[in-house]
Each structure stands twice: as C-alpha cells, then as structure tokens.
Design a protein around this ligand. Structure first.
Ligand SMILES: O=C(O)c1ccc[n+]([C@@H]2O[C@H](COP(=O)([O-])O)[C@@H](O)[C@H]2O)c1
Ligand SMILES: Cc1cc2nc[nH]c2cc1C
Length: 352
C-alpha cells in the first residue's frame, strides 16, 4: 500500500551535506551566523536534498480542493458553491495564487480531491475521493479508508511532481468550511481548548463565531476522535483537503523534497503528518503566520516560527508562494557571495 511504503521510506537528514553547508556558510564574507534563519534554510535544504549547493530548479504549489459537509451548520460566511467556482478559477489565471506563483516563478497544480461538483475542467486533476465529506456534526466526516485514500492522492501527486523535476513544494487548499475542520483537528491533536483554535475564517459575525465553536465542540463529543491516532482524528473531524495535504507533506518527506506550510489549514495538515511520522518535520518549512488564531498554536506545538507575519488569511498557498522569494534570496546569497578565500579581510571571529 502506497501509504505504508511512503511512511516507511521517510529517513533522517543528510548530516554530512549539512556540515559541509555550514562550513561554506561560515566561510562567506560576513560575521558568523549573520544571515540568521536564511542560514537555517540553507542547512536544512542541504540536509534534505544531500546537495551542498542546493538549487531551486522548479517550484510548485499543490492546491488540494474539497468540500466539507459541516458547512450546512452555518460555520462559514461563504456558500459551499464557492469551492467549485474558485477551483475552476485557478485554471483561469485570475486568483490570488495565480498571481503570487507567477511572480515567484512557480507553477501550480490544482487537485480535486473531493469537490461536491463535477469539475470537468482542463487544468484540474480529478482525484476525487468522494463528493465532499459528510457533516461531522452528525457523524464522522469520512471513513478511515477514505482518509487514507485522500492522503495517498497527495503522495501520488508529489511522486509525479518529483518525476517532473520539482524540487521545492508549497501547499495550498480551497475548501469552504475548512477553517472549521482545521480547528477541530488541531484542537484534538494539540490538546488546546476549541475556543482558542477557532477564528472567523473567511469572515463571520461574532454570533456566527459562537455557533462555529459549539458546532466543533459537538462534533468532537459526538465522534470521539482518539488524539493518539491522528488518522482517526483526520477521518472523524477533518477534511479531504487536509488529508490530501497531509499526504503531500508525508510524500515530500519520503521523496526528500522540501515543502512549505501555508496558512491555518495547511498547518493543520502538517500537524497531522508530524503526528503520523515525527521525522517528516525535518522536510517541512513554515512560511507565514496566518491571521487565523489557531495557526500560532499549531506552530508552537510543532516548534516552528513563521518567517513572515502579514496577517494574511487567503489560503490557496499564497503565503507559501510568498516565502519562495525568501528561499530564492537565501540560495542566491549562499551561492553568489564571496568567501574569505576571495576576500581581502580576515575571517571574523566573534569574541569568546
Ligand atoms: O490559509 C488560511 O490561514 C486561511 C484562513 C481563513 C480562510 N482561508 C480560506 O477560506 C476558506 C475557508 O474559510 P471558511 O470560513 O469557509 O472556513 C478556504 O477556502 C481557505 O482557503 C484560509
Ligand atoms: C473568492 C474567494 C477565494 C478564496 N480562496 C480561498 N478561499 C476563498 C474564498 C473566497 C470567497
């Protein structure tokens, strides 16, 4: 089964490549460590790829699109039909992520993993597991088998992209109601109270926010997801979009491809992936901190610090695409700066 083989092929980082990268970083004409977390990016890229001089040849954002049955409980300001409309619009070049990726010199791959509509649109890959999840306020969102199938969709997509030479991935999603499922999954897995994991998503009144909180609490009480079993949590109170992205994170780790988290939903998927296989964390990078409050709590739980804080909450992978620029700058500085061997000054050593 693809799921098991993927999980079993996730291995640790290449320490030798990381040591050599550190050596080069320390030899660049700058005070030791002065490029801060750009140096951390370089070292981690070297450990992931085994290349001492990493190059970002092909960058792609994978967008997992799916509907969430819980939307019928009034948890979103948007009608469910927005999921299929925006999914189609990704192929028309007019959405936020189209502009963000174009500017970053990256591509997008749009995957229908469970939109409740026949998409039939060139440019949208049809890997529909089912026509949206069931309403988690009335029973499990999906079966365990469906959750695994959706994760395998993500794993397959990453394998296909690897064959096409993609060596930097971003994660994005489109799914009305998915801030509700992300809050539910992350509340259960982090052990935080539902209230602090929930926000207004794409926009809610204060009254509707209270309803969203009680719907999530009810869904958790009803389905009793087991916090020690991340797949159980994903299946009972998650979504097909989150599951697809969880598969992308695990697939990227198995295929040694660096992969960036985007906003709250993508962070919830990374949280599930790390709970399934802790070593996957080595392959995952943060990008921005979403305005959705639960995003910060997930980052704290997985021990990551976003690189940007712009209060964005669009999703689609826009924050990840924005961070591609930081990666480009890190690699450019690392490869284009001179070393102390070329420079006319002595290597700078910090005071002991
Ligand atoms: O990425 C984020 O942090 C984020 C925060 C709030 C909303 N969104 C986007 O808005 C949609 C979900 O909002 P909602 O209110 O329907 O749960 C979904 O399509 C996401 O892409 C995304
Ligand atoms: C237009 C629109 C675009 C989106 N992208 C992600 N969520 C969205 C919600 C809406 C409403």
């Amino acid at each position: 089964m693809l799921f098991d083989t993927t999980i079993n092929s996730i291995k640790g980082l290449d320490n030798e490549a990381m040591e050599k990268a550190q050596e080069r970083l320390d030899n660049l004409t700058k005070p030791l460590g002065s490029l801060g977390r750009l140096e951390w990016i370089i070292k981690k890229l070297a450990g992931i790829t085994g290349e001492v001089i990493p190059s970002l040849r092909k960058k792609t954002v994978v967008i997992m699109c799916a509907d969430n049955g819980v939307v019928e409980e009034g948890v979103s300001s948007c009608p469910k039909s927005v999921t299929s409309t925006v999914t189609r619009n990704f192929t028309r070049g007019i959405t936020g992520i189209n502009v963000f990726t174009k500017h970053a010199g990256a591509d997008i791959v749009v995957v229908d993993v469970g939109v409740d509509d026949e998409i039939n649109c060139d440019g949208v890959i049809n890997r529909k597991v089912k026509m949206g999840t069931d309403n988690m306020a009335k029973g499990p969102a999906m079966s365990r088998k469906e959750a695994i199938k959706a994760m395998e969709v993500g794993m397959e997509i990453v394998e296909e992209l690897k064959l096409k030479g993609v060596n930097l991935l971003g994660t994005g999603e489109m799914g009305i109601g998915n801030t509700t499922t992300s809050a539910a999954v992350s509340a259960v897995l982090t052990g935080n109270p539902v209230e602090i994991m929930v926000g207004k998503g794409s926009g809610l009144t204060n009254e509707a926010l209270l309803n969203k909180i009680s719907v999530i609490k009810h869904a958790i009480e009803l389905n009793k997801p087991d916090p020690k079993d991340p797949i159980d949590v994903l299946a009972k109170v998650g979504g097909l979009d989150i599951a697809g992205l969880t598969g992308c994170f695990l697939g990227a780790a198995a295929n040694r491809i660096p992969i960036l988290i985007d906003g709250f939903i993508s962070a919830a998927a990374a949280l599930v992936a790390i709970n399934i296989k802790p070593e996957a964390k080595d392959y995952i990078f943060p990008s921005h901190g979403s305005a959705e409050p639960g995003s910060k709590k997930i980052m704290e739980n997985i021990g990551m610090e976003p690189m940007l804080n712009l209060e964005m909450r669009l999703g689609e992978g826009t924050g990840a695409a924005l961070a591609f620029h930081i990666f480009d700058m890190a690699v450019t500085a690392y490869t284009k700066m001179g070393t102390f061997n070329d420079a006319t000054i002595e290597k700078y050593h910090p005071l002991e």
